[in-house]
Design a protein around this ligand. Structure first.
Ligand SMILES: Cc1cc2nc3c(=O)[nH]c(=O)nc-3n(C[C@H](O)[C@H](O)[C@H](O)COP(=O)(O)OP(=O)(O)OC[C@H]3O[C@@H](n4cnc5c(N)ncnc54)[C@H](O)[C@@H]3O)c2cc1C
Length: 546
């Protein structure tokens, strides 16, 4: 085959997982080429920049927090279940302190300023917080705050990616942008390269228009997908009109790190109908093309039906004192759980949910609004505390306004208030909510805030796809349906099944991108000629070398 470009390791996708795979392969002394359909960054650059880490990181210690790898493992086991082997999860937890140090070594800043409240995302004053349901799961493992937000104003994923991109440049890694991988090339049973459509060689104005228009469409695509899709049409047209074939050879292996499939309405409809009514947290690159490159080469997929649907009650944190009920007026769960766990519970009850709160709770929430939110949270919470709620003087009337069963609601509120009153006598909340959040909701007027999952501009339910290509959890190699590896093919990040594929908590996707990206990069590098021959192991025992 006449390759246009070649390297030991070729990485498809320059987001978080791709950058980490490339850095790790380059650190092993291998030549690396990274391909990206756009300019790189993907969802990682638009994200909140939260990385889930623990076991006694420097930031946890600075904040006076005690944590161990065993406690982190104990908690994550309740979230991840057996989505990865216990040994892999243990390696992730035991290597967590070193992993954060590795990111810091590449310029990603973190800080041990502990957020005092349970929140969906801390403000610019705090960079360490409880980003999952750790306190709710306190019987399984000692809780600790493990959400490490990249230290930067606003949503700091842009800074996280910028630092990783600068590190790849420093490492001499070649990044080929405006180049879409369309097929994985297999010769003699082994993946040897990637066929692409590239704008390299296209007129300068077409390349500029592609770059500028994609950039302009990224955020609308995220917040108002219909408008984003319209804005993105000329970008796709330019790719069709001016894209030319490019063959990229890979002597050691190809790593697919091309994100998820949240931007493909077809794939979402086919695999994750429960995402209907949610707002896909996706960039145009999350069209599932990475996953399809892998399946065309023989790879299997799993957990495509697993999507994370977010319903955060806090900020403002006072709302956690309320009672979340379904259409029958029955309590749904501990209101302080992580937003994706709450989203799962709401979907399980037909997608309808309301938070019952009394006058004191609403007043406290209003007072907290400014100090506990960033602008996008303030917009959403402001809507919920005004147009998004109904109000009445009695429980029966407010139930009628929200179209919730009044008898069911009355029974739930009576039981909750009795439980709150008995707390002094040592009674625990039956749903497991921490005692400081259980307050009687008995001061009229009463409010019902609508947390149902349905399309709404100001209170959307974000959706993240979690499943992908099945990989060997020791090496990151893509596996066929019969469990054998596709030689030379690796996958990482949201293109693959990983640590967060059963259940997402904030920071676990990026942490998984770092963990799985580095693992794939390391093993693809080891499979390069001159590095000990192709890596055919898939023993789940590859030590995580931090
Ligand atoms: C608004 C928002 C906030 C979030 N906040 C957090 C958070 O704080 N913490 C957390 O853990 N997770 C968060 N997530 C989720 C997380 O950002 C993503 O799951 C994760 O970054 C995915 O990384 P990735 O490397 O797998 O893919 P991406 O970062 O999306 O990178 C994939 C890259 O592949 C490229 N690509 C796609 N197809 C092709 C192809 N065929 N050929 C060439 N290139 C291709 C794309 O252009 C893209 O640049 C958030 C997501 C969003 C949208």
């Amino acid at each position: 085959m006449d390759w246009d470009i070649g390297a030991d390791v070729v990485v498809v996708g320059f987001g978080g997982a791709g950058a980490c795979a490339a850095l790790e392969a380059a650190a092993q002394g291998r030549s690396v080429v990274v391909l990206d359909r756009f300019a790189g960054g993907g969802a990682t650059a638009l994200s909140g920049g939260i990385v889930y880490a623990g076991g006694g990181t420097a930031q946890q210690r600075a904040a006076g927090v005690t944590d161990t790898a065993a406690a982190m493992f104990g908690y994550l086991r309740t979230e991840a279940g057996d989505v990865v082997p216990a040994e892999t999860l243990r390696q992730f937890c035991e290597g967590s302190v070193t992993m954060l140090g590795w990111l810091e070594g590449h310029g990603v800043p973190f800080e041990g300023s502990l957020c005092p409240d349970k929140t969906s995302y801390p403000t610019n004053r705090h960079y360490l917080y409880y980003s999952g349901s750790e306190v709710s799961a306190r019987d399984a493992a000692p809780p600790a705050p493990r959400g490490h937000r990249t230290r930067g104003r606003g949503t700091s994923g842009g800074l996280l990616f910028a630092r990783l991109a600068a590190a790849t440049k420093k490492a001499g890694i070649k990044v080929v942008t405006q180049t879409t991988a369309v097929r994985v090339i297999v010769a003699d049973g082994r993946v040897t390269g990637v066929e692409c459509r590239s704008l390299r060689g296209a007129p300068w104005w077409a390349r500029t228009a592609h770059r500028v228009l994609h950039r302009a469409a990224r955020k609308p695509y995220l917040y108002v997908p219909k408008a984003g899709r319209v804005l993105h049409r000329p970008v796709t047209w330019l790719e069709r009109r001016y894209g030319r074939p490019l063959l990229v050879g890979a002597a050691g292996g190809v790593v697919i790190a091309a994100g998820g499939f949240g931007a493909s309405r077809q794939l979402l409809r086919a695999h994750a109908p429960s995402a209907r009514g949610g707002l896909p947290l996706a960039t145009p690159g999350d069209d599932g093309s990475g996953m399809l490159l892998g399946t065309a080469a023989g790879g299997a997929t799993a957990l495509l039906d697993r999507v994370s649907v977010w319903r955060f009650l806090s900020p403002p944190p006072a709302l956690l004192r309320g009672v979340l009920v379904d259409a029958d007026g029955k309590r749904i769960c501990d209101e302080s759980r992580y937003g994706a766990a709450i989203g799962d519970e709401i979907i399980g009850r037909g997608g309808r949910a309301w938070l019952f709160a009394d006058r004191a709770t609403i007043a406290a929430a209003r007072r907290e609004l400014r100090g506990s939110t960033l602008w996008f949270q303030r917009l959403q919470a402001g809507y919920l505390l005004t147009l998004g709620r109904v109000r009445a003087d009695t429980v029966a009337k407010v139930a009628a306004k929200a179209d919730v069963d009044p008898d069911g609601l009355a029974a739930t509120v009576a039981a909750y208030n009795a439980g709150a009153a008995n707390q002094g006598a040592g009674a625990a909340d039956p749903a497991g909510k921490p005692a400081d959040l259980v307050r009687p909701q008995d001061q009229p007027p009463y409010s019902m805030i609508d947390y149902s999952i349905r399309p709404r501009l100001l209170n959307p339910a974000p959706v993240l796809t979690l499943g992908g290509l099945v990989v060997d959890h020791g090496t990151g190699q893509v596996l066929r349906p019969d469990g054998t590896a596709v030689p030379g093919l690796y996958a990482a990040g949201r293109s693959a099944v990983g640590l967060c594929s059963r259940s997402y908590v904030s920071g676990l996707s990026i942490a998984d991108c770092v963990f799985s990206g580095r693992r794939a990069g390391r093993h693809a590098a080891a499979a390069s000629p001159g590095a000990g021959g192709p890596d055919q192991r898939h023993d789940n025992g590859g030590a995580y070398a931090g």
